[in-house]
Design a protein around this ligand. Structure first.
Ligand SMILES: Cc1cc2nc3c(=O)[nH]c(=O)nc-3n(C[C@H](O)[C@H](O)[C@H](O)COP(=O)(O)OP(=O)(O)OC[C@H]3O[C@@H](n4cnc5c(N)ncnc54)[C@H](O)[C@@H]3O)c2cc1C
Length: 391
């Protein structure tokens, strides 16, 4: 049996585990990141990659806690993307510098007043029609103004590649469902895993679990199973000969945008719109055919196109977050820090850096091992492929 001793072990290589590991490594800790599937293949690669500014959570005219917290989050990312931040993410592909926001119905009351207010104009910049993306100019049903939002969109596959490069040999692929947590008096004393069928025992001063919905299977002795909540979505994948790249929120009178559209390419180089928003939330309780029919209706309400030649697909995926009594989205990231371990959920991709910074602070008194480990012969998880790549 192989034994590995290190400073910190992180379990789960979605954006939460990747950012946390890279930031701890940058502080000089010896960190090992364990993943049982592909890199980023559960929630992270299904995300739209939008570095939300929080504006979409203020669409009812109320700037709540979530909108306030999110308003500063994209800046940390932007610094990293420009190479001046806490990590160098200059290798990550930026798909657009900002989402646009438009409506296809006349907006009323608080929403209209908010978008017209001086404070909002600083964030949501009104565009002339000639400044709008071609897809909007050519095909959108637009009522009122179109706004440019400070919400960059990153290519998540290139983000995962960048982290695989930064973390290097310290990411290890473990066998599926092989993780066993050994505890004594509430402290974790070791993790037992299998790597290519071989038993390996790992010990560390701190254990960090960034496993998303995998929390329910962790079998921690003090675990309360209700700590994770799932909020399901049915996302749309749209192909049509007349589509042009678009990164946009189409808003109506509800708090959530009717459609949130990002643009991606298949392996063959064909354009695909990945569509979330209210249509995806409503889709969670619909059959695939009901969802596709509703998606086509919503697209028809927003764009002057004949949607009959469109190829519409659906993908069901759950968001996993810290449990909230009323089942709503937590306003920010969640961290449970007890004994010698941490369990954490970022709630959103955009909040992963802030969460990782807080975890680093929680680890700052831990000792650092000086010798480096020889891990290059251990298997690495493959980087996940986006759901649109094989359409
Ligand atoms: C459809 C969709 C769209 C989204 N769009 C956006 C967006 O545009 N902007 C935004 O900010 N946020 C967005 N989000 C939210 C964002 O994707 C998530 O908050 C974020 O990716 C969560 O990251 P995570 O690392 O916590 O979880 P995950 O990405 O789910 O990673 C958890 C990892 O842990 C691993 N794991 C689990 N159990 C074990 C175990 N026992 N041993 C080893 N490994 C284990 C899993 O295999 C997985 O790789 C979106 C989410 C969804 C579902």
């Amino acid at each position: 049996m192989q034994k590995i001793e290190t400073d910190i072990i992180v379990v789960g290589a979605g954006i939460a585990g990747l950012f946390t590991t890279a930031l701890l490594q940058a502080q000089g800790y010896q960190v090992i990141l364990l993943e049982q599937n592909t890199l980023g293949g559960v929630q992270t690669l299904h995300s739209q990659g939008i570095l939300h500014s929080g504006l979409k959570y203020a669409l009812d005219g109320n700037i709540g806690a979530d909108a306030k917290i999110l308003s500063s989050a994209p800046k940390i990312w932007q610094q990293c993307l420009q190479g001046t931040g806490i990590l160098d993410l200059t290798a990550v592909k930026l798909l657009t510098a900002g989402q646009v926001l438009f409506s296809s119905v006349p907006l009323v009351g608080a929403l209209n007043a908010m978008l017209a207010s001086k404070a909002m104009r600083a964030l949501a910049v009104p565009l002339n029609i000639s400044e709008c993306p071609q897809m909007l100019q050519n095909h959108a049903k637009i009522s009122g103004r179109v706004y440019q939002l400070p919400e960059p969109v990153v290519d998540v596959a290139s983000l995962l590649e960048a982290f695989a490069h930064i973390i290097g040999n310290n990411i290890i692929k473990i066998d599926k469902n092989s993780l066993e947590i050994i505890e004594s008096l509430g402290q974790i004393t070791q993790l037992k895993v299998k790597i290519k069928g071989m038993a390996v025992n790992l010990t560390a001063n701190k254990y960090i679990f960034t496993v998303g919905q995998g929390y329910t299977n962790l079998k921690l002795s003090i675990q309360e199973h209700n700590k994770v909540q799932l909020r399901p979505l049915q996302m749309g994948l749209v192909q049509h000969p007349q589509l042009q790249p678009l990164y946009a929120h189409n808003i109506g009178l509800a708090k959530a945008p009717r459609l949130t559209i990002t643009s991606h390419y298949t392996q063959k180089g064909e354009l695909v719109w990945y569509v979330g928003g209210k249509v995806a939330e409503d889709g969670a309780s619909q059959t695939k055919s009901q969802f596709i029919a509703n998606l086509q209706k919503e697209l028809g309400a927003a764009f002057n196109l004949d949607w009959t030649p469109a190829n519409l697909n659906a993908i069901s995926i759950d968001r996993a977050e810290y449990f909230q009594v009323n089942g709503t989205k937590p306003a920010t990231f969640s961290i449970i820090n007890q004994h010698n371990y941490i369990v954490a959920w970022p709630t959103k991709l955009v909040l992963a850096p802030s969460m990782a910074q807080q975890i680093v602070q929680m680890c700052q008194l831990l000792p650092k091992i000086s010798s480096s480990l020889a891990l290059s012969n251990l298997p690495k998880p493959a980087i996940a492929k986006p759901c649109w790549s094989n359409l």
